[in-house]
Write a protein that binds this ligand. Sequence first.
Ligand code: DGL
Length: 267
Amino acid sequence: MTTNSAKPVLVFDSGIGGLTVLREARVMMPERHFTYVADDAGFPYGGWEEGALKARIVALFDRLLAEHDPEVCIIACNTAFTLVGADLRATFPQMRFVGTVPAIKPAAERTRSGLVSVLATPGTVKRAYTRDLIQSFASQCHVRLVGSENLARMAEAYIRGESLSDDDVRAEIAQCFLEQDGRKTDIVVLACTHYPFMANLFRRLAPWPVDWLDPAEAIARQARRLVPALDGTALDGFATGEDIAIFTSGKPDFATRRLMQGFGLRV
Ligand code: DGL
């Protein structure tokens, strides 16, 4: 099916982690325009009290939907979606939301050792949603939840060009590696969209090789299923470089603006 509608696809995260999903979404939907929204005024989401964070995100979407009228919203944040996904769908029934949740089901299907770790924010490991995923899809596995206080911030620094010490990164991922009865963890789920930016570091510093599972491509594919392809007439009206990034603080720093430009986003 094709359409002439030219609404943007909105990609949302607390910070720059959603860019790991945006880059896959662009591959799947090259004819679409994107509006990237970072709630950097609320970053990091990992330590927020659940009720307050829920209220904040619903209120924010009330404004975003009115101002940007997107075709679909990709919530590129595990910490947000596992908490507020159901509320967003109930509050805005006219909008379609594509969520990001810890990739526990694919990890359980793929593991050979039966030892799987989920590396996430402290918020995501606390969620009932995450526990339910384990119970529903991974009850035959040993799933270790590792909530990191620091990694989202470290990923923000790293992607802006700051260097990180190997020891600091090693300390954050160490808990993911478990040896039990001659078996070893063989899959680590990257359950925070910031973390794939650090995957090369994780691979280098891991005590043994594992699969680092990044759900970005699966999320983008799901969004593509919901977003009708634009036909040639609508595409004629497009100039390149119209994707935009919005920061709720209203004042992203120089390194962040440069990063956004690198992603082809106008701040
Ligand atoms: N990128 C977010 C996620 O996927 C969380 C980062 C944060 O705000 O702590 O969970």
